[in-house]
Design a protein around this ligand. Sequence first.
Ligand code: DGJ
Length: 585
Amino acid sequence: MMAVHRKKTMRTNEMKTLSILTTLPALIGCAACGVVGIAQTGANAAARVKEHPVPRIVVKDGRYALMVDNAPYLMLGAQSNNSSDWPGTLDKVWPAIGYLHANTLETPIYWEQFEPEPGRFDYSQVDLILTQAREHKAHLVLLWFGTWKNGSQHYMPEWMKLKPEIYTHVMNKEGELVDSPSPFATAALDADKRAFTAFMKHLKEVDGERTVLMVQVENETGTWGAERDYRPEAEKLFAGPVPAEVLKAMGKTAGGASWRDAFGVEANVNFHAWAVARYVGEIAAAGKAVYPLPLYVNAALRDPFKGAPGTYEAGGPTDNVLPIWKVEAPAIDVLAPDIYLPETASYLKVLELYHRADNALFVPETLGSKSAARFMFSALGLQAIGYSPFGLDYTRTLRPQEGEKGGEVRSKDAFLDPTAENYKLIGPMMRDVARLNFEGKLQATAEVEGEATQTLHFGDWDAVVSYGAGRGGTAKGNAEPLGRALVLRLKENQFLVTGYFCRVDFRPAGNEAQRKAGQIVNGSGQIPSAQIEGKWVHRQFLKVEEGTYENGAFKFGRILNGDQTDWGVGLGAEPVVVRVSVGTY
Ligand code: DGJ
């Protein structure tokens, strides 16, 4: 009886949607692409699909790119606060996106709003955010707040919350229910799959413009407060053998009789990761079958240097279980770290751990602070396809106290400024950055405490980045480690240099052994030189041009020389782009 009623409701609802789609063509204005209707039908749809193919993630020679309109694209993102995607709050979101010069807004789709009654889907919020994104010439990453949100089931619709016996929770070792959905709750899995598929199907129908670049499936999956589910059906599986594909993925040749045999102290968390990944993998596969957008899952991290079971949210794609997620959720394109670790070593370690041959690096949530802003450059140096600090809108509900620091009242935009500085600089050159990164011609780095000089290797040339270097003097590091540099190889002998609070110079490449043997010199007023095949080779600048990026192309401003280049190319607090042609003598 119930099932029949649900079907009827769905059909009526679908018909309503269809009639809206066919009677309101050409209603949505797209400043970037001309005015088009929300429905994509017939020849028109085919043409648009040709013009705007579905975004996809590609890999070539071990390097990844997010292809948007057939070319590599770099998401300069900002994630809204959790409760910002509502008609009454979006006007506090878009001004922040504009101020930031972000090209992509990450914002949630709430299951509780999307499916207010079983089987009745409300597409209004999806349509609204699409319309507004197009008006603001922004792309979107939509976050499916479904079964999991930060390890809990708080975004399940009310009608599900009212039936905890059906949409069950994780049970801990003591037999108590935890504030986390059970990955063994098949009714919840079915419901999520159905809702997510309806969402993806609708996206496909209304987004021929490809405003949406990627979809996040769930949010920070896993469980706080229990290493795994201990309900009877889980116990039975836990006592049995580990599936062969998991053993293989985790590099085990023998598994023994049970998960405990195979993984010892890691057995609980590996088991939970397996269960959650299977659940999410099924939802992702169902959604992808109707609309093959790139999908990703974000991870609440464990400490990359410690991270013993019990100290983090288990079950999600933490670094120790990435192979399990890869093998159990193949429809997920990217496993992505939410990086809230302020320490440099931990932050950089996480970037390394998620930059894998089988995984593109994408940072969907991170700190937007002054000191963390430089890590965007570290991510770019590891081929990131996107980067997105969290909570960057004017609702400021999460941390209202941030307007004030140490009694000093900061401007209302202060929390946006560090990210805005990066995006103002990189935004206009985004396509070149993404393309050259994909081609392996980009190197970028951020200042690390205690490391006043870093070297970026470009084959026959090294770019030497120094921090806190005075005129002619040795680099000491900046008082606050805020430095960052990005170097693109444009031609054989030409590089594009940008960044903040550092100096960049070029040196004919040598190797570590030569450096140790004193066959490489740099700094202290000397011309960067290396002894190559017994002969000293010195760098000379053929031309150093300062300019700006406009409409995706370098625009010449002036030639730098004399004090401005005698000790390398200095980059301070201003957004500057410098094109450097080098030679040797
Ligand atoms: C990580 C979550 O994924 C976000 O939705 C948000 O809750 C932030 N934490 C808050 O810092």
